[in-house]
Design a protein around this ligand. Sequence first.
Ligand code: SF4
Length: 266
Amino acid sequence: MYDRYNRKINYLRVSITDRCNLRCTYCMPAEGVKLLDHKDILSFEEIVEVIREAVTLGVTKVRITGGEPLVRKGVVSLVEKIAAIKEITDFGLTTNGIFLSTFAADLAKAGLHRINVSLDTVDAEKYRAITRGGDIQKVFEGIDAAQKAGLTPVKINCVVRHSSDEPDAQAVKEYCRLNGLEARFIHEMSLADGCFTIVENGHGGDCVNCNRLRLTASGMIRPCLFNDIQFSTRELGIREALEQAVGKKPEKGSVNVTGGFHNIGG
Ligand code: SF4
C-alpha cells in the first residue's frame, strides 16, 4: 500500500504492552505512569488478526515493541503465531535485554528473526542511573544469548543526548565492534516538543521515506509517532483503521501530546 506521498507502507511496529521493568529517565517518570487496564490491552488473537490484515495490505516487516515486550506473559507463543504468517519476511523485537538470556533460545525456536537491544552506556553505574536500577550484566548476558540463538544481526539502540561522538556512545560503538554487533544512535526525542532527528545507522525519523505504521497495545493504529491521530481497530474494525491510517498519514512528524514512548513503542 502507498500513502498520499507515494511512500510504500510495508512496516508495522506492534506494541504489545505499556508495562516495563525499567524506568529510563528519558522515557518514564520515576513513579511510573498510569497503565492501561487489562481489558483495554489487545489479546494475542486480536494482535495476530491485525497483523494478518496488515499483511493483506502489503506489510512484510513486523517489529514487536512495548513498554518492554518480554514482560508480557506468553510472548513466545505470540511470536510463534506471528512467525507462522508466511508473508512476513522481516520479523524483529526490541527489548531492554534484562530478560533476554531467559527467552532468546525460545524466541529463535518460535521463529523470530532478529533482536534490537537498548544500551546507552557500557558503564554499570551509569546504566543503573539511566534505567533507575537496571543490572547491565544481565543485558550483556542477554546479548550473548541472542547471538548464540542466531537472532542476528543483533542491533544495539543507543540513545545519545546530541551526538554519537559522546564518550558513552563511543564506548558502545567499540563494544559493538568487538562483539560483532551493529550500533544505531537515536538522539533523545521529545514527543510533545516535536523534537527528533533521523536515527544514525537506521531509518527512524526519515519522514520522506517513512514506511511505517504503529499498533499500540490498546489497539490504535498510529500513522506517525510525532502526531496525535490514531484509529481504533476495535471501534472502526481492523481494515478500516489500517486504511484510514495510511490515507491520513502526515507528510512529516509534528508533535504528539497524547502518547508516550512507553505505550507507542518508539
Ligand atoms: S515522524 Fe512520523 S512520518 Fe516521520 S519518520 Fe517518524 S513516523 Fe514517519
